[in-house]
Design a protein around this ligand. Sequence first.
Ligand code: ASP
Length: 414
Amino acid sequence: MIKWFEIALWKRILAAMVLGVVVGFVWGDGVSAIAWIGQLFIRLIRMVVVPLVFVTLVSGVISMGDPSKLGSLGVRTLAIYLITTLIAISIGLILAVAMQPGMGVDLSAVAPTAVQETVPLGERLMAIVPENPFAAMVEGNILAIIFFALLLGISLLTIGDPGKPVADFMSSAAEAMLRITHWIMEAAPFGAFALIAQLAGTAGVGALLDVLGLAIAVVIACFSHMILMHGVIIMRVVLNLSAMNFFRGARDAMLMAFSTSSSSATLPISMSCAEKNLGVKPVVASTVLPLGATINMDGTGLYVGIVTVFGAQAFGIDLNFVDYLLIAGSTTLVSIGTAAVPGASLFLMAAVMDTIGMTPEQNAAVVGFILAFDRPLDMLRTVVNVGGDLSVSTAVANWEGEFDKEVFDNPLKN
Ligand code: ASP
């Protein structure tokens, strides 16, 4: 008899997903009976996000030993997050122009969907400084948690000896949280099975047929960006590392992103993959990844870009070069502001469509049209979001000398 734990985790998750699709199709609406398994699994991962980010970030800063290093790490991280997102959006726009997915699509019969007001940028920036760090933790406001954890880590570094007990406490707490994450990952096959079964049983993957052109453009853009930008350019050309090893190391996190459609729910697994498989030292993993899960969304960027052009094509709006620049700029902002939860970008893309002069009614019709098909595309774009975070963290770790090539080339078995 094959022993369960001897099978690599990613194989168990993948097999569970395939089984989930089959069960979903056969069982249909009845799958809601097992929906609780998926929900329970998501709750388990969400449970560790806040304490994991907080304690690993504080202990990561302490392990760095020199607060001034944080400056170069921060600048590099933000710069490369921005560049990769802009490239993702450009790939999306080029494909949307070349493939014309919106040509001939009739949106007049679509029931419009209310779109959400976007929070102004100034307000969003202000919220990075928490009025109360405990409230930030309770609300799960990741940027505010990062801000406070960085300050606490730096202060512990600068006070030296008196800070030691708290520093030790943080590093053992980080160990404990990573252990809990490891246990939760063992439940992933069951969670992924239930989540996928529910999707296949209720939404029906077949519904995707109606938006085939759009879906194909999104799929091609996701794959091209992941393989060309992150596999070839960052791994091969810039870092001179094996792209295969990167994708192998990132596999568990990408599968998790696919089944949960949420970068933030995937965060604990991304952090564990970065450290155990990609050789990213804790200081980089604990700073770059939580930040990336919150603000770096390559997949979301390319998706919003494609849908906007799709909408313009469907309504016969001619776009010129300046319009494309406007779309790229506002999509970057929207991708930064999108929450790392399922379907989040769907309700923010109206802000981008506004910039090219689409009316609120037209925006609502486009969102209403893609609403039903969003989930499968969300799964894909979340994989790209998470893959991008992992690739950037590997690059930053290399540049900061916080990279272990041994581990990257021979990842620990899990
Ligand atoms: N589901 C995406 C994520 O969590 C966000 C989105 O594009 O809706 O990364």
